[in-house]
Design a protein around this ligand. Structure first.
Ligand SMILES: *Cc1c(COP(=O)(O)O)cnc(C)c1O
Length: 403
């Protein structure tokens, strides 16, 4: 069973029936899942939740899968919260910098959360062919979970997607193609192929269930922090599913009385080479037009246009947060600094959140007393690192004075 009552257009509120596949609403906007929260409140307590062990599936009452045998799992874990204590000290903080390390999930990124749910729901509906555009991590997660579920996948990525991503997709059973364009160009191919191929479009927010998986980041964070949300969350924002999903999670938790009304500032972090949400937020707009010539090496946030733009911006506004862009150089300096000083390897998108934090601390938008959470959305190991060229010749006397 599930506690889903119906689905709803996030823009017009139009209702849709649960139990059948959906794409975008008739208004062309994302569709969200709604639950009987009163019934969830009666069905599960915080104390009982604390005894469960199965990663994000522990939140099953808040998830749409109706038959547990349809749950596709590759060994999800509760991702750890890691204090950046050297950095806190260096910056003279009385607050905390906490990294939520999503790189520990299957396929090495938080895309596992969304795709585990999307694939499990596709299984419930008997769908056997999934397609998506990806900058790398989403494709890898979809290929892995769909293969585990016995489904076929067709995946399109920009031709400069890191080789490791293209290769992991292929090796995990995905039929992957490089496209000479950006992720929105890939998305167009997926959308236009629907009628000709019969594949199901699993693009971010173009089906209702990836966001339900990403929502578990908010449920998990709240539980890990003793049901007391932090002062600010820095989120590397591409399509924005995670930010919107966490915001939805907080609403659901408040509705059942597990948290109070305190909300973190939701901070959407983008790169200056691709910052459509920042531009729209600064202009006071709710929709963000396509960002031309988008570029950043932080591939996960190289998303020139987001169908959920208004949902990101509304959550940022409602939380009294902000949208902020960071320079390419600052992203990689941030990664190097945290690796060198904390022994923690952030991915570039995660590093962007630390760069944004430093910028916001500098201009007073967050304070030294704040407890902030940075999302490290993927393992740093998937990305190119600076070269190393030191060596020792074992056939010559080793110069020990150099070490
Ligand atoms: C997908 C991705 C993002 C962006 O996440 P959204 O929720 O789609 O905004 C950020 N970083 C990495 C590493 C990603 O793979």
């Amino acid at each position: 069973m599930s506690f889903v009552t119906h689905l709803e257009c996030s823009y017009t509120g139009e209702h849709y029936e649960a139990g059948i596949p959906h794409g975008l609403s008739t208004a062309g906007k994302p569709i969200l899942v709604r639950y009987d929260l009163e019934a969830i409140k009666k069905a599960i307590s915080k104390e009982e939740m604390a005894t469960r062990t199965e990663g994000f599936w522990r939140y099953k009452e808040f998830l749409p899968v109706t038959q547990s045998q349809n749950r596709i799992s590759l060994g999800e874990v509760v991702t750890p919260l890691i204090r950046m204590s050297h950095t806190e000290q260096k910056l003279g903080l009385t607050g905390e910098i906490i990294v939520k390390d999503e790189g520990r999930l299957p396929t090495g990124s938080f895309k596992a959360r969304g795709l585990a749910l999307a694939v499990s729901m596709a299984k419930e509906f008997g769908i056997d062919h999934l397609a998506m555009p990806t900058n790398g991590n989403a494709g890898a997660a979809m290929a892995a979970y769909a293969t585990a579920a016995g489904m076929k996948t067709t995946i399109f990525c920009p031709d400069d997607t890191p080789a490791v991503n293209v290769e992991e997709i292929a090796l995990q059973g995905g039929d992957v193609y490089r496209v000479n364009g950006l992720i929105n160009d890939c998305g167009k191919i997926v959308g236009e192929g629907k009628d000709k191929t019969g594949w199901f479009d699993v693009s971010t927010l173009k089906e209702p269930y990836r966001i339900e998986g990403k929502k578990t980041m908010g449920l998990e964070l709240a539980e890990q922090l003793g049901w007391e949300l932090p002062d600010a969350i820095f989120y590397p924002t591409g399509g924005g599913t995670g930010l919107i999903g966490m915001w939805k999670a907080f609403d659901e938790l408040e509705a059942i009385g597990w948290i109070g009304s305190k909300r973190p500032k939701m901070i959407a972090v983008q790169a200056t080479g691709c910052a459509p949400i920042v531009k729209a937020w600064e202009a006071g707009e709710e929709h963000a037009p396509v960002w031309e010539n988008a570029w950043t090496a932080a591939a996960g946030i190289r998303v020139p246009v987001a169908v959920g733009d208004f949902l990101i911006i509304r959550a940022v506004r409602a939380s009294d947060g902000f949208a902020i862009a960071v320079d390419e150089d600052d992203i990689f300096e941030a990664r190097d600094e945290i690796a060198r000083e904390e022994g923690f390897l952030l991915c570039p998108e995660g590093a962007a959140t630390y760069a944004a934090y430093r910028q916001a601390l500098g201009d007073g938008r967050v304070s030294k007393t704040d407890r902030v959470v940075l999302y490290n959305c993927a393992t740093g190991l998937k990305y190119p690192m600076p070269p190393v060229n030191k060596s020792v010749d074992r056939n010559k006397p080793v110069k020990y004075s150099q070490f």
